[in-house]
Design a protein around this ligand. Structure first.
Ligand SMILES: Cc1cc2nc3c(=O)[nH]c(=O)nc-3n(C[C@H](O)[C@H](O)[C@H](O)COP(=O)(O)O)c2cc1C
Length: 369
């Protein structure tokens, strides 16, 4: 894949785990990622904040200070020592935040000044569930500053030793708040037409790729997912439009992005949604349209993952929840061994061990860290 030699197609999906106390990656993160590393494997970090306004959860790591960069180096080194490649997922939550997470208790920023509906809840610092508050729509000039934060974070990721970055354009967070027509109500050049709604994403990709090279840049989108009210009236068309722009970008640069990562609609954090045939067809159309490596995610099992690859619907499959509770997921898949069930209650808690690095390995001797 691009400049990377992988030995298998099982990828660790990016997952927020809230273990980076005070936004600094620590030994627990190094252990978690090293446990899930295999020779020739590929890992994506949890969403990592690109600036002080990017947070919407407690204890999410950042990548915008020197201290954070230094701390990430230990995590990256632990993963590289085990032979895996690791990308840092660059994240800004936009309006999926709360003033408690914002500098000076300010309103979160977004494409819009409309809040996320009460159907969705924000996890407050004490673990209780809160209501999302009204965001402040970014001015046109401020959007350029956010693009710059992505660029600087990508440079920091490379300084920390990461092999590349994945731009999080999915799941109702800041970039998706520009892409989706049910959220983006702007009247400037960032709103309205599909071209305008894609502008922010494309500017971020352009800035990041110009800083670290397109072959180290991946993009994640979820056109058909309505997480955090991120509806679009034409998800298929939106996905195809983004893909057309990515193809054009790659042609102009003469270099491919590392991969395009698309989340299947059958996943939501609240529940596993039953598979919808129409949405499966979307994925196949996007895969066909994209001229590069295609990764999919969302509700895959060993069998459905193998099927997706065998039928040419994906080059790589990322696994989230199963990889939380099975650090040796790759070996278990190889052996078709039983899987440990994950405990949802510890997804976002802060203990460095419980529900994080204490899931069992099939063979104790493989647990070397
Ligand atoms: C606890 C948890 C945290 C997640 N955090 C992120 C994240 O930070 N960035 C992201 O792009 N996706 C995130 N996701 C989505 C996963 O990357 C993945 O797409 C999703 O879990 C579906 O795959 P699965 O069915 O294999 O779990 C998260 C999922 C879970 C369960």
């Amino acid at each position: 894949m691009a400049r990377f030699n992988l030995s298998h197609r099982v990828v660790l999906a990016p997952m927020t785990r809230c273990r980076a106390l005070n936004e600094i990656p620590n030994a627990a993160l190094a252990e978690f990622y090293a446990q899930r590393s295999t020779p020739g494997g590929f890992l994506i970090t949890e969403g990592t904040s690109i600036s002080p306004t990017s947070f919407g959860f407690s204890h999410v790591p950042g990548i915008y200070t020197d201290e954070q960069v230094e701390a990430w180096r230990n995590v990256v080194d632990a993963v590289h020592a085990k032979g895996s490649t690791i990308f840092c997922q660059l994240w800004h939550v936009g309006r999926a935040s709360h003033p408690v997470y914002q500098p000076g208790g300010a309103a979160p920023i977004s494409s819009t000044s409309n809040p996320i509906s009460e159907k969705w809840k924000v996890i407050m610092p004490d673990g209780s569930l809160g209501v999302f508050t009204e965001p402040r729509a970014l001015t046109t000039a401020e959007i350029c500053e956010v693009v710059e934060h992505y660029r600087l974070s990508a440079i920091n990721a490379i300084r920390a030793g990461f092999d590349g970055v994945e731009i999080h354009g999915a799941h109702g967070y800041l970039i998706d708040q520009f892409l989706k027509d049910a959220i983006n109500d702007r009247t400037d050049e960032y709103g309205g037409s599909l071209e305008n709604r894609c502008r922010f994403l494309m500017q971020v990709i352009e800035a990041v790729a110009s800083a670290i090279g397109a072959e180290r840049v991946a993009v994640r989108i979820s056109p058909a997912i309505d997480h955090m009210d991120a509806f679009d009236s034409d998800p298929l068309g939106l996905g195809l439009e983004v893909i057309e722009r990515l193809n054009k970008f790659q042609k102009e640069k003469g270099t491919k992005l590392t991969y395009l990562h698309v989340t299947q609609p059958r996943f939501t954090l609240m529940q596993t949604v039953s598979e919808n045939e129409e949405e499966k067809v979307y994925m196949q159309k996007w895969r066909k349209a994209y001229e590069g490596t295609f990764m999919c995610s969302g509700g895959f099992t060993r069998e459905s993952g193998m099927e997706a690859v065998a039928e040419g619907h994906a080059d790589l499959v990322s696994f989230g929840r199963l990889y939380i509770s099975n650090p040796d997921l790759v070996s278990r898949f190889k052996l078709n061994a039983p899987l440990t069930k994950y405990n949802r209650n510890t997804f976002y808690t802060h203990d460095p061990v419980i529900g994080y690095t204490d899931y069992p390995f099939l063979h104790n001797e493989t647990h070397t860290n």
